[in-house]
Design a protein around this ligand. Structure first.
Ligand code: SAM
Length: 400
């Protein structure tokens, strides 16, 4: 018998957990042979005439409609089940271990809708094959309230950017809810993954640099920009996908590397950027440190004050060190935020605040209580906040 290989290092964004399991979900394999799926996320926009209760009800109805649609697809597949024998049909209702899988349709009862405070995301999975980009061209640029994202379902840790994470929905939701804060701004996203946040930021912003690492990921991101021209402008021109590795001190300007920067683009980035975004990038202490070093370096070189929006999801695990459940990545994130606020280099000041999540939800996802949104304001230090020259020199010597 062949040896079975179990991968224990796969991580799964639970954004996709509520997607029915079907065999033919994927649209293609990417360059490294990972199955790529296409999800369509509906935005609930332009409801300003509705009261907030109506909006919530509308949102819940939409959510149930999505779930029903997904389940209908699954049930249809089972019942048409290629007209198998009763035995085969029964087998189709069993999971891999032989347990009966019961699929229930959610009902939208008024009482339930009112009491239910947590909604499950259920992206519509498009099962058609073929060249999605070409089909999109034929159909025009699609609806302005739909975002289509190609992503993978489960990846090793080094490829987590190929999945969509709940922190991206939260940050995108904030942007959709407060477009005036992003209107006509030049935006930089760090660790943008498959590009959901940058795509939605482009609805309001003037220009967006969506950055990350890994050619394959950046290619996926570029495809998503092209898939969503209704947000990203003709030929997706509003959003540029570039490599920006927090573990490197310099921008990649290698002309042979795809997604590298030109001198003009770097100058433009420093001259124009006033908003920096990052969703769910704090899960490894070394990367968190590298992220904040990058943020410090970039904000120091910006011509204008800048607002940084960060989303984070606390993930609790049992740790032997604490003999309790703890979220070490979150604790490290908070320590690093504190360090940033306490920087007194005489050049920049950073102020940090946690933003309330009271803004309405425009996308279908579970806004769990572990999600948080943070705002950092980076500004040039005023004369008063500058430490005396000797103190400053001492600090510089300490950091050298
Ligand atoms: C959990 S994913 C979040 C992706 C996306 N922001 C989202 O929320 O869907 C973390 C992201 O950080 C990126 N990342 C990890 N190490 C990085 C590095 N050294 N430089 C730049 N980005 C990095 C990953 O590639 C990935 O896209």
């Amino acid at each position: 018998m062949d040896d079975l290989t179990f991968r224990s290092d796969l991580v799964l964004s639970d954004v996709h957990l509520h997607t029915p399991r079907q065999r033919h979900l994927m649209v293609r394999l990417n360059a490294v042979g990972q199955p790529v799926f296409l999800s369509q996320f509906k935005l609930l926009l332009d409801k300003s005439h509705l009261s907030s209760e109506n909006k919530e009800r509308d949102f819940k109805k939409e959510n149930v409609r999505h779930q029903n649609k997904c389940l209908d697809g699954l049930n249809a597949e089972r019942s048409t089940g290629k007209e198998g024998s009763p035995r085969e049909e029964t087998a189709a209702l069993l999971d891999e271990d032989g347990d009966l899988e019961v699929v229930r349709k959610p009902q939208l009862l008024d009482a339930e809708a009112e009491n239910c405070s947590r909604d499950k995301v259920c992206p519509i999975i498009l099962t058609r094959g073929g060249n999605v980009l070409e089909e999109e061209e034929e159909q025009g640029n699609g609806c302005s309230d739909l975002v289509k994202i190609e992503h993978t379902m489960a990846t090793p840790l080094e490829d987590v950017g190929k999945q969509v994470w709940r922190g991206a929905f939260l940050l995108a939701d904030y942007i959709l809810g407060k477009p005036d804060l992003f209107k006509d701004r030049a935006v930089l996203e760090l660790g943008g993954g498959v590009g959901l946040v940058s795509i939605l930021a482009a609805k309001a912003a003037q220009s967006v640099y969506c950055t990350d690492v890994g050619e394959d990921l950046l290619d996926m991101c570029e495809r998503n920009i092209a898939l969503n021209k209704q947000c990203t402008g003709p030929a997706g021109r509003k959003v540029k996908v570039r490599v920006l590795d927090w573990l490197k001190d310099e921008f990649c300007m290698d002309p042979d590397a795809r997604h590298s920067w030109s001198e003009k683009e770097i100058a433009e980035l420093y001259d124009l950027t006033t908003v920096i975004l990052a969703a769910d990038v704090f899960y490894d202490d070394d990367l968190t440190d590298a992220f904040f070093r990058t943020l410090y370096r970039i904000t120091h070189n910006l011509k204008n004050p800048c607002t940084v929006y960060l989303s984070i999801e606390k993930r609790f695990n049992f740790t032997l060190r604490h003999m309790d459940v703890a979220c070490e990545a979150y604790s490290h994130f908070q320590e690093t935020l504190n360090d940033l606020v306490n920087i007194k280099d005489g050049k920049m000041t950073y102020t940090v605040e946690s933003l309330p999540l009271s803004f309405p939800q425009h996308i279908l996802y579970e806004r769990v209580e572990e999600l948080e949104l943070w705002k950092i304001t980076a500004d040039v230090a005023s004369e008063r906040s500058r430490p005396p020259e000797t103190e400053r020199r001492q600090e510089e010597l300490c950091t050298e």
